[in-house]
Design a binder for this molecule. Structure first.
Ligand code: PLP
Ligand code: SF4
Length: 472
């Protein structure tokens, strides 16, 4: 019998796992793999000068969070004085001037950012643009890159897949993310973009409901926006009940970033909570599934407050899934991605998807390569239960829908062009994803610099994809 391997970490303070009772046991667990259980607790918000005197009761009040959410760039910059350097404030001011998204940052989010190193901070990166790190947009980028409007039979309903549809019920959110795919509609108009209007009006919803009723194949409705967090309790009930009353609708999800940016709502907005749980329970009685889909991108977005808030839903039997966006400098390394997924599982949220970042204006520095997704997936798969293992997907530009990142027909790592097909969505068509140019090898960067080369690279990739698809 071989001697048990004793790792150096098995000394002080460790239970005698190796040797002792189980002589053949594997090496004791590396404490680093248990870090996901350490959630930020205490009154962490008091680190921010503006919240120094805010009590726990106040900080947990969703009304206080909403009232103190910062919606003007000037106010945000004001709040940063004394926290960060003047140079950083100037940089952010210029970053906002160039950005297609409006600013909206909750006190909770502001308190999660590490203001000692705001440039590198993964939460800052998602919500506060800086001019100095901005990269030019990819030449193949368009404003509605997923072509959601092209697949919309009525305003605010995208019917792309056979049995499911995406209902954009409203165009506001509790916060605004820089990288929002729907910056074509979400949030107020900006200096640099005029938006499509998707207001929360019953008239528009009635047309959506009528369409859903008219399509017996629709079993699965995603209620998104904008963000369901911003629907009033009566609106949640109206949408939920109307859709549940349609016999062929069997599954529904409410999509919201709320748990990641304003979990307080689940603790103190009793009306909203009851309306939502009421719909879930009514659905269950009717033999239908109603779930919550949320959007955490970084393990630090999960705190003791999050755990307590989501536990309220868990207690009532509400299933929660998470969809992350893969972002450079946020979650594009193995350690962070593993920590995120473990922490989600720890609080009973199932990691469902990791999206390769869409082509969105003004966010090129947040995108990374398809190769990065492929590499991360290899480490993620096998680390946790299969149902806690997210699928890495590319939402194919042009409306091909979500494709497994590994399922490309062709991927040229020099030009950064990958080609996908979607036989059940849009048969016979090819869809292209483009890695950010600054991460390509010099040869690829040089080709993109020459506008005459661009159509050639795309044609080459399509030809190669056609050959590869034709061989099977
Ligand atoms: C993502 C999405 C859905 C839901 O897709 P799932 O893979 O079931 O999560 C439905 N419709 C549209 C347009 C979507 O983008
Ligand atoms: S919460 Fe969702 S819809 Fe709203 S800005 Fe962020 S990514 Fe876009």
């Amino acid at each position: 019998m071989p001697l048990p391997v004793v790792s150096p970490t098995a000394t002080a303070g460790q239970p005698a796992a190796a040797g002792g009772e189980f002589p053949d046991a594997r090496a004791p667990v590396d404490p680093a793999t248990l870090r996901h259980r350490e959630l930020l607790g205490g009154e962490f918000w008091r680190r921010i000068p503006a919240f120094r005197d805010v009590s726990e009761e106040t900080f947990l009040d969703h009304k206080w969070q909403m009232k103190n959410t910062i919606t003007r760039v000037e106010r945000l910059l004001e709040a940063l004085h004394g926290l960060v350097s003047e140079a950083f404030i100037q940089d952010a001011a210029e970053g906002f001037r160039l950005a297609p998204m409006a600013v909206r940052v909750s006190p909770y989010l502001l308190s999660l950012i590490d203001w000692n190193d705001p440039v590198a901070d993964p939460i800052r990166r998602q919500f506060l643009p800086l001019a100095s790190t901005r990269l030019p947009d990819h030449p193949e980028l368009t404003l509605d890159s997923l072509n959601e409007q092209g697949d919309a039979p009525v305003p605010g309903l995208t019917h792309r897949y056979p049995d499911k549809a995406l209902f954009l019920a409203l165009d506001t959110c509790p916060v605004y993310c820089r990288f929002c795919t729907r910056s074509y509609a979400v949030g107020p108009d900006q200096e640099t973009v005029e938006k499509v209007s998707l207001k929360a009006t019953v008239d528009r919803w009635q047309r959506v409901f009528a369409y859903v009723r008219s399509r017996p194949e629709l079993e699965d409705i995603v209620v998104s926006g904008g963000d369901a967090w911003n629907l009033r309790a009566d609106q949640i009930r109206l949408i939920g009940e109307t859709l549940l009353d349609i016999p062929h609708v069997r599954r529904m999800r409410f999509a919201t970033k709320g748990p990641a940016v304003m979990p307080q709502k689940l603790l103190t907005d009793y009306e909203w909570f009851d309306a939502f749980v009421g719909i879930v329970e009514r659905g269950r009685k009717l033999g239908k599934d109603v779930m919550l889909h949320t959007h955490f991108n970084h393990p630090r977005e999960i705190t003791e407050i999050t755990r307590a808030a989501l536990q309220r839903l868990h207690e009532r039997g509400v299933m929660i899934r998470n969809q992350s966006v893969l972002q450079r400098g946020v979650n594009d390394d193995v350690e962070t991605m593993l920590l995120l997924n473990r922490r989600l599982a720890w609080i009973n949220v199932h990691p469902y998807y990791v999206y390769v970042h869409d082509l969105v204006r003004g966010t090129e520095e947040l995108r990374t390569t398809l190769q990065t997704a492929l590499d991360l997936e290899k480490h993620v798969r096998g680390a946790q239960a299969g149902f806690n293992t997210p699928t890495f997907v590319v939402d194919a530009p042009g409306g091909g829908g979500k494709r497994d990142a590994h399922s490309y027909e062709y991927y040229d790592r020099t030009t950064g062009i990958s080609v996908f097909t979607a036989p059940s969505v849009k048969p016979g068509r090819f869809f292209f994803y483009f890695d950010p140019i600054d991460l390509l090898p010099p040869e690829g960067r040089a080709r993109w610099a020459d506008p005459a080369e661009r159509p050639r690279m795309i044609a080459e990739a399509e030809r190669a994809a056609r050959e590869s698809a034709g061989r099977r």
